[in-house]
Design a protein around this ligand. Structure first.
Ligand code: ADP
Length: 497
């Protein structure tokens, strides 16, 4: 068989790459206890009847700890504590004092950044490089940004007087456990609300550590309460009559059920749900730059990202070349131990999620799609799935329309801008999209027509606390971040002229 020199070079690089010496981040910095309780009213307590559930390490399948499983009565106690804290301390505390506490929390998080990063990677399976360089710093950035608003909330919405809502129930997913906790609590607290937070059942540990920091920072008891548990605990919180708002990030199915629960109650709701974001790559795009953006867009955090660029729409003239370059590029991705600093793609968060991904890809193969993934073997324990490219799609396949939430890129082609827009919008979601072209006017034309809450141009996955984030259509409603995000935690009335 003859191969091109380019392929030889890639194979050579892949061989050298395979020989990297592991560079493991030490685990000793974290002390995982055998069991964890709920954090209610500034105190750790067992769940009613001592109910617990296990949290396990996705990279090994090992049992990490038993965590309290909150019953409806426990949720009741947390909501009552949050109400007391709201009425007796937090609502009437001057903004500058609230700011001080949130700033202090941000600094404490920075002080213990390495510990949080290691714990996040152990409990959730994401590469240490990501938890260290993205999750933890961005969590601190959200706290800093919102601390800055705490004494200026009255200026957040021009022409409106703004008051806090009261007690907010916040339910978060397992893909960014600490970051989602920070995204949720920072604006709520800055605006003067108190919080009951429910972390996801597979990744409770960093939210519980954050609760310890909240106490250490000197927040009054009950301002932030953490109730751990699974869907039933989340449903008890979302449906609780004592809360004034629910903020949910998770799957579209659960979002829909929460919306039904809240219909007609007058309680506020923001939903950040699933997505099926498309990269649209035109024939004038800088291809190597696009390859890096596409790789980051779908393989970052094993593709467990609601705004992941899980579809690639490539213009016909460059589709072959782009796919070739992508296939070579994924050969170089290192899949494995999350705590190894060389790792690009870590462990799938749970056995259940691994199974969901497998079913999607098996179905695509049965539909006649081409499946590519790197030739190197996966680790022989834990939950792993290789970075995967699915091509040869017709567009009607489930993998072309539905969210996989895994490291799987579905590739289609297009000829014209109009066709690209039609294909990109051919899902029920609307969270993110990426446009890759040298032509500025085309970026603007496309951005106006892509039905997505965020459109990145010649880049992907860029986040900033000052920039509002959220979806349209079945990706949810409401924004997080920026001034728009503050409005979601405020009750506003027009100021009399
Ligand atoms: P995923 O599919 O990403 O696991 P889910 O929507 O199931 O997302 O989970 C996101 C969060 O919602 C988790 O904290 C989970 O425990 C919680 N949850 C699951 N079911 C319900 C429910 N019926 N009501 C409220 N929260 C729920």
């Amino acid at each position: 068989m003859t191969t091109t020199p380019k392929r030889d070079a890639a194979a050579d690089l892949a061989r050298r790459f395979a020989d990297y010496v592991p560079s493991l981040e030490g685990r000793d910095i974290v002390a995982i206890r055998p069991s964890y309780g709920l954090m209610i009213d500034g105190e750790e307590r067992a769940a009613e009847g001592g109910a617990t559930f296990p949290t396990i390490e996705p990279a090994s399948g090992a049992h990490l700890a038993d965590v309290a499983e909150a019953s409806p009565a426990d949720v009741d106690a947390a909501v009552a504590a949050a109400r007391r804290a709201y009425e007796t301390t937090w609502r009437d505390m001057p903004g500058r004092r609230r700011a001080k506490l949130i700033f202090r929390l941000a600094r404490l998080l920075q002080d213990r950044a390495r510990e949080f990063a290691v714990l996040e990677s152990i409990d959730g399976g994401k590469p240490i490089r990501e938890s260290r360089d993205i999750d933890v710093p961005l969590s601190a950035a959200h706290l800093f940004y919102h601390a800055g608003w705490a004494d200026k909330v009255e200026y957040a919405v021009p022409g409106m007087a703004a008051r806090p809502l009261g007690v907010v129930g916040q339910i978060i997913p397992w893909n960014f456990p600490l970051l989602m906790a920070a995204w949720k609590i920072a604006p709520a607290l800055a605006c003067g609300n108190t919080v009951v937070l429910k972390p996801a059942e597979t990744t409770p540990l960093t939210a519980l550590l954050l609760a310890e920091l909240i106490d250490e920072a000197g927040f009054p008891p009950g301002v932030v309460n953490v109730v751990t548990g699974a869907g039933a605990t989340g449903a008890a919180l979302a449906g609780h009559a004592g809360i004034d708002k629910v903020a949910f990030t998770g799957s579209t199915g659960v979002g829909r059920s929460i919306r039904r629960q809240l219909a007609g109650t007058g309680r506020r709701l923001t939903l950040e749900l699933g997505g099926k974001g498309a990269h649209v790559v035109f024939d004038d795009a800088a291809l190597d730059q696009a390859v890096e953006g596409i790789v980051d867009g779908i393989f970052f955090n094993q593709g467990h990202v609601c705004c992941a660029g899980s579809r690639l729409l490539a213009q016909e003239g460059i589709a072959g070349e782009l796919l070739d370059r992508l296939r070579r590029r994924i050969e170089l991705l290192r899949v494995g131990e999350p705590l190894d600093k060389n790792t690009d793609v870590g462990a799938i968060n749970s056995a259940a999620q691994l199974e969901r991904i497998r079913v999607f890809v098996d179905e695509a193969a049965a539909d006649g799609c081409r499946i590519d993934h790197p030739s190197r073997p996966l680790p022989d324990r834990g939950f792993f799935f290789p970075p995967t490219i699915v091509s040869g799609l017709g567009g009607a396949e489930r993998i072309a329309r539905e969210e996989v939430f895994g490291p799987v890129l579905a590739v289609q082609t297009f000829r014209t801008e109009a066709e690209a827009v039609a294909k990109a919008n051919a899902t029920r979601y609307g969270l993110s999209a990426g446009v890759w072209t040298e032509k500025g006017s085309r970026i603007l034309w496309m951005s106006q027509r892509l039905q997505a809450g965020v459109v990145w141009a010649n880049t992907f996955n860029k986040f900033d606390p000052a920039s509002p984030f959220g979806g349209v259509r079945e990706s949810g409603h409401g924004r997080e971040g920026g001034r728009q995000g503050l409005r979601e935690y405020l009750d506003t009335t027009p100021v009399a002229a």
